[in-house]
Write a protein that binds this ligand. Sequence first.
Ligand code: ADP
Ligand code: GLC
Length: 507
Amino acid sequence: MRILMLASEAVPLAKTGGLADVAGALPVELARLGHEVQLALPRYAGIEPQAADLRQTATMAVPFRGGSVRVGIETGTLENKAVSLICIRYDPFFGRGGLYGEEGRDYPDNLERFVLFCRAVLEACRRRDQPPDVLHAHDWQTALAVVYLKTLYRTDPAWAKTRALFTIHNVGYQGHFPVTSYEITGLPRSEYTPAKMEFYGKVNLLKGGLVHADLLNTVSPTYAREIQTSEFGYGLEGVLQGRKDRLFGVINGIDTKVWDPATDPHLPAHYSPEDLSGKKACKQALQREMKLPSRDVPLIGLISRLAFQKGIDLIVDILPKLLELDVQMVVLGSGEPQYHADLTDLRARYSDKLAVHLGFHDPLAHRIEAGADLMLMPSRYEPCGLTQLYSLRYGTVPVVRRTGGLADTVVPYLPASSSQETATGFTFVLPGPEVFLSTVLLALQVYRDKEEWLRLVRRGMQQDFSWQRSAKQYVELYERTLALKTESLHHSPYSFHRPWFGGRWTA
Ligand code: ADP
Ligand code: GLC
């Protein structure tokens, strides 16, 4: 199959979160399965051309705001030419310090930026001879590509056969813009209705993708169910319920080459489930790097966007009590200014126990995954979560809230039950500080039983979250989009009765 994948970030070129890990690794795995994949990204200033052999191969005029804009088309390849890359270069929009904003504030022209990106990709990849079979878009930033495919380009012979899969990585980020900016999308008025892109008086890009895609998926079966409820749907639960027969859950994989404690170039020592001695060396090196006393105490990690979604307020809440104990904690994160301030205060109060690095630092993320004993993820919601998957692979036991992908990937340790034979971490349900703290305390108690802890660590390290299985599920979804009858696509979008999400695709 020919797959055109659009994303707003992808490793190794641009990253703010897990989307980049997915958009970087999935195309490579699809190529390995024999498919032809082209990945489209905006050409951000921070992208290093040599990382993908990028060079400008053309310029082209792209329809934009009633006129046109000339953009550069840069092409390159990833992973030994397995995946071809196309970047849209327009420096006034993408030649900036951030991907979506700076200093915690979104760029005010994000609508213009992603309208231009989506439109330019459709213009640049228009091939009558070999059109893509499937256009696969991710999140609100690229949702418009799906909308354009099904509206402006619907009668274009170059795109007539291309089907669309839309992946929701986070329904909490929808791309809302004021109605007064609707004309920037270049779409007809008929798209701005409550059944389509209108959302409480605003333009909602994510909703456009949800309504128009042939099939939808999100990044775990549990989250696929959760977003159909008002607690998790962020107002789109009705739309998602309406399309539930076309909504699937595919758990993310991880790049087991980039995240491998046996070879990771960011680590001072290496280890495997058979020989964990290197993990100890990683812990000691992390204590030195983060200027914590070199002591044999439980080292707790947190690597996170500092956002409400991630339950950072719960962390801030329990830290004073937790740090009364003989433990250490290392925090790596960036995000909302209030959490930066809270964590800076706490560090000043507990400087011999708490180390905080505010900012984005990928090598340090690897070293914390390796050096910590426990990893905290008390997320309010978590579509999939990759941090806990890396933790499992690095023998760092996750303590997570039982939601979304966390519920699908961490098997809870329940005291006095046979679950201990399958457990890989600790989980709690209610998003409150008391339960969270008592779950961390339970983990610390088990930590003291060295043999039990070692079993837990090894079991986690032996879990298989490689991309292979998930990439095959994506291929099945692509095949399903191709099998859909044209009439059903156009006239009866809800007639595909296969309630697939749920148990079937759990990891
Ligand atoms: P989300 O995409 O919601 O932020 P995920 O758990 O799916 O959550 O992915 C987070 C990814 O971003 C992981 O690869 C994690 O290592 C990385 N990450 C998060 N914060 C930082 C940071 N401050 N520095 C480096 N890497 C980070
Ligand atoms: C989003 C979600 C996260 C998920 C990632 C990749 O950022 O918040 O849970 O792992 O996308 O799918």
